[in-house]
Design a protein around this ligand. Structure first.
Ligand SMILES: Nc1ncnc2c1ncn2[C@@H]1O[C@H](COP(=O)(O)OP(=O)(O)OP(=O)(O)O)[C@@H](O)[C@H]1O
Ligand SMILES: CC(=O)C(=O)O
Ligand SMILES: [Mg+2]
Length: 747
């Protein structure tokens, strides 16, 4: 049977109709309003491959060295051409068209890829396959083939080759469904996506749902208490664009929303009540909270897809534990949370093995070599280190509670001693907390909510170690505002020069490609802004090969950032080659950012080096950091040389503006990112960039501070990048300021 109707499909049919098809079948059988549809099954795709005779040639074409980008591109092009050019077996063609005719009155249909579980388990691949809206009978068969062909993009081929996953084992089904000519649409979460509380959250925008799902439109947000049915919170967004069928051409197009509807509320009470009711029925049917896509046309609500919410944090409502044990040591609460476990005193790298799952690492200071053990640990305690130390950055990104700078923990605590650490208060106490409050190891930890306050200001996340990518992506951040390359280098424990000497040039580039790719994959298609190397000489000196680093009176004012990269052009070329490779592999979400530039000359030189490495600078997004007063004052020059964005590195901008070395404890109390001098420079840059249509952003620590968020959002910054644990708060803060601005403008 080449096609199957929704009414005959249920959850067991995933292998035949894919996840989307199966969920639509379940909803239909449960009596929920789903537009009529049939599924072109995975078997049909197989039949097509065999009977059209393309299978051998197709799979032979896919057998490439995934590292050979040219070959990869060719394989993808060949595969697509083979699939699109192959004739459909008569039986398939007839069944599909006959099923279409049974939908009645020659409707427009949605042709939706429905992946089967056999494909890559990597979640970032979901949504990679195509969906076509407003398809007519004439284009139907071709669109079905296009869905099939979308299994063979460069990225997909690369990934399967690399994972040793057989292309022949991958299946795909295609849902052909009557279009809902949606006046409004969106998503709804039947229960709160992070706590599981009985709160329904609805997001809604005008037109077809594509915009909401892809994130290109900011939707209204409604929060409804399921028990009382009361609408608790209504946030009306400015909806600039909508997606709809062009009545003249029949094509799906995006257009501007009319003035009067732009800021108008999308859903009224009756519609919300109806959505709430349908959501409850869906949740009841599956017996677990669901994430549902819906659309409304002519006053009727339709359900377009349902998936379980996988992000509910079981620990979310666990109450904080009051441990009555004695406080053994205290220090800086550098990474929040409470953790209990056996203390493991780690005196050297050879002792890392004794750190098991759930233990607490106690060490004088962490090093990059300890990261794997840090991932296993439930908590981290150090003698030394402040808020910006390696231990602080890594533990925050991994979400492992940490108490740092205790001075004496390695002496006071003993091996195997049960302890409880509080990463908020900065204390280490004797004894273990109740077992149910122990933190889950990172690998099993559920990511936090994907439903975020929608903000016009993009809220992104900073990432330093690729191991933290999954957790960072789960914040629902709009991308990565700063991916530091330093840690990728530091984790090799040798200087880049030494690495190239011992491993070769290719290996150096490979190392960068691999690390960046981990993050770019996790976030795809959300943008990931990667900064080229910025490590001061004093940090490199600690690495193997670091003896040849120059001694500088003040490394902060010295040989680092773009200055060093332009000087050491051979190494810089290898670094930039990594970007060229990533683009060839299809990571079009990667952006390049240059640190510590002072003026147009620096920016131009960096840009030219990027172009010389084979990156199309017109097509790819690149930009510079604004970290020196000179850069802030010369920002127009960056716009002139074609930067797509600038990003405030307020850690540096503050130290250079105030002449306060951020590593010098004698002047630490004068370090103030909100100093009027710093803010004046920032304001000036935002204004200049807005006039010239260049994006502005912040990626320094101050981006995680509410006062700075207020200041930036008011001035119209394009995006804010925050630490992993601050993303949610920044989203809320940005939304609050945006609402206030809207209200002010109305009054
Ligand atoms: N029959 C339909 N009528 C109106 N809009 C539809 C229909 N089918 C899909 N859409 C819209 O198009 C969007 C994208 O469709 P679809 O769910 O097939 O793709 P996707 O979200 O990219 O895929 P996946 O769910 O596999 O990640 C939907 O969210 C929905 O808003
Ligand atoms: C992030 C960074 O480099 C800075 O704030 O200076
Ligand atoms: Mg900096």
């Amino acid at each position: 049977m080449p096609v199957r109707w929704l009414a005959d499909i249920s959850a067991e049919d995933v292998p035949s109709v894919g996840g989307k098809g199966a969920s639509l079948g379940e909803l239909t059988q449960a009596g929920l309003p789903v537009p009529s549809a049939f599924v072109v099954t995975a078997d049909t795709y197989r039949t097509f491959l065999e009977e059209s005779g393309v299978a051998d040639e197709l799979f032979a074409a896919l057998d490439v060295d995934p590292e050979d980008s040219a070959a990869l591109a060719e394989a993808a092009a060949t595969a697509k051409e083979l699939v699109l050019d192959a004739g459909m077996p008569d039986e398939v063609r007839e069944s599909v068209l006959a099923a279409y005719d049974d939908l009645g009155d020659a409707p427009f249909v949605a042709v939706r890829s429905s992946a089967t579980a056999e494909d890559l388990p990597d979640a970032s691949f979901a949504g990679q396959q195509e969906t076509y809206l407003n398809v007519t009978r004439e284009d139907l068969l071709e669109r079905v083939k296009r869905c099939w062909a979308s299994l063979f993009t460069q990225r997909a081929i690369y990934y399967r080759e690399e994972q040793g996953f057989d292309h022949e084992r991958v299946d795909i089904a295609v849902v052909v469904q009557r279009m809902v000519d949606a006046e409004k649409s969106g998503v709804l979460f039947t229960s709160h996506p992070s706590t599981g509380a009985p709160t329904t959250i609805v997001e809604a925008a005008w037109g077809l749902g594509e915009g909401v799902v892809s994130g290109s439109v900011s939707p209204d947000n409604y929060v409804i208490d399921r028990e009382s049915g009361e609408i608790e919170e209504v946030t009306v967004a400015t909806k600039k664009t909508l997606v709809e069928r062009d009545p003249a051409t029949g094509e799906t197009t995006e257009r501007e929303v009319s003035e009067e509807r732009r800021d108008a509320r999308v859903l009224d009470e009756a519609e919300l009540t109806e959505l709430l009711r349908l959501g409850e029925r869906v949740e009841e049917h599956y017996d677990t909270p669901q994430d549902v896509e819906w659309a409304i046309a002519d006053g009727e609500v339709y359900m377009l897809q349902s998936r379980p919410i996988t992000t509910i944090d079981d620990a979310a409502d666990a109450t904080s534990h009051e441990n009555d044990g004695e406080t053994l040591v205290s220090g800086l609460g550098a990474s929040p949370g409470i953790a209990s476990g056996a203390a493991r005193i780690v005196g050297g790298l050879d002792q890392l093995d004794k750190v098991g799952q759930g233990d607490v690492i106690v060490t004088s200071m962490t090093t990059p070599d300890m990261v794997p053990a840090m991932k296993r640990a439930s908590g981290i305690v150090t003698d030394e280190g402040g808020m910006t130390s390696h231990a602080a950055i890594v533990s925050r990104e991994l979400g492992v509670p940490a108490v740092l700078g205790t001075e004496t923990a390695t002496q006071v605590l003993s091996d195997d001693q049960p302890i409880t650490i509080d990463g908020d208060r900065g204390t280490v106490e004797a004894g273990a907390a109740e077992p149910d409050e122990e933190r889950e190891p990172v690998e099993d930890a559920r990511p936090t909510t994907p439903v975020k306050p929608m903000t016009a200001t993009e809220v992104k996340v900073n990432v330093s170690i690729p191991e933290a990518a999954e957790r960072a992506a789960a914040t629902g951040a709009d991308g990565v505002g700063l991916l530091r390359t330093e840690h990728m280098i530091l984790s090799t424990n040798v200087t880049p020069e030494r690495y190239v000497e011992t491993h070769g040039e290719r290996a150096y580039t490979d190392e960068l490609v691999d690390s960046i790719r981990t993050v770019a994959d996790e976030f795809y298609p959300r943008p990931v802004r990667v900064r080229t190397l910025d490590a001061p000489t004093d940090e490199f000196r600690q690495l193997e090969g670091g003896e040849s680093e120059p001694h500088e009176h003040n490394p902060m004012l010295g040989y680092r950032g773009i200055r060093r990269s332009l000087e050491e052009s051979e190494l810089f070329e290898l670094e930039l080659a990594a970007f060229a490779r990533l683009y060839e592999m299809g990571y079009d979400n990667v952006e390049v950012m240059f640190p510590l530039v002072n003026d147009g000359d620096d920016a131009r030189a960096a840009r030219d080096a990027l172009a010389a490495a084979g990156v199309d600078i017109e097509k790819r997004r690149w930009g510079v950091m604004v970290e020196t007063p000179a850069a802030a004052l010369c920002v127009a020059d960056f716009c002139d040389v074609g930067a797509d964005f600038v990003s405030f590195g307020t850690n540096d901008l503050t130290q250079y503006t105030l002449a306060v070395d951020r590593n010098n404890e004698h002047v630490a109390d004068r370090y103030d990112e909100l100093h009027p001098g710093v803010l004046a420079l920032i304001e000036n840059v935002i204004e200049t960039c807005r006039e010239r249509d260049v994006d502005t952003s912040i990626c320094g620590q101050a981006g995680s501070k509410p006062e700075m968020v207020d200041f930036l959002v008011e001035r119209g910054v394009s995006s804010i990048s925050a630490n992993v644990d601050a993303v949610r708060d920044v989203q809320h803060e940005a939304k609050r300021v945006e609402q206030r601005l809207i209200l002010d403008s109305v009054r």
